[in-house]
Design a protein around this ligand. Structure first.
Ligand code: ZN
Length: 144
């Protein structure tokens, strides 16, 4: 199955049908232009410390191997403008948690023949964490 997500995060996106939080998010958010994934580090771990800044950007740091994974960074998206400004990254929560992402695309690539689909050309992104069994939204941003 082909997963559709921005290139910077695609390798860390999985579908986990045994995860109740994932299933709930998928059920409420997924459609033909909106994709929901659970985040998994390439070491196999699914627990992360999450950091954000004011651009806004969101990064997940693997609690085992400490790899930093970009979940949302405006510098990657063609329709976004990222200010040339340095904001400090703040830790979103104290403990390592499971993380879920939702990327939305414009439907024009399906209706217009001359528009090539670019996986980086997202229009909206949301990031959620599983905090003690509760789903907490930590990013809800329209890209353009
Ligand atoms: Zn890792």
């Amino acid at each position: 199955m082909n997963l559709i997500a921005p290139k910077h995060v695609l390798d860390y996106c999985i579908i986990d049908e045994h995860d109740e939080v994932f299933k709930e998010l998928k059920h409420s958010l997924e459609d033909d232009f909106s994709y929901v994934y659970k985040v998994r580090c390439n070491c196999g771990n699914t627990k992360f410390l999450v950091y954000s800044d004011a651009h806004p950007s969101v990064y997940a740091k693997c609690s085992l191997c400490h790899k930093m994974i970009a979940l949302y960074d405006l510098s990657y998206y063609p329709s976004a403008v990222k200010l040339d400004k340095k904001y400090s990254l703040e830790k979103v929560q104290k403990d390592a948690v499971q993380v879920y992402v939702n990327y939305e695309y414009d439907d024009e690539y399906l209706t217009e023949d001359d528009v090539d689909f670019d996986v980086n050309d997202i229009t909206w992104a949301k990031v959620f964490i599983n905090e003690n069994g509760n789903i907490k939204k930590i990013l809800d941003d329209e890209t353009a």
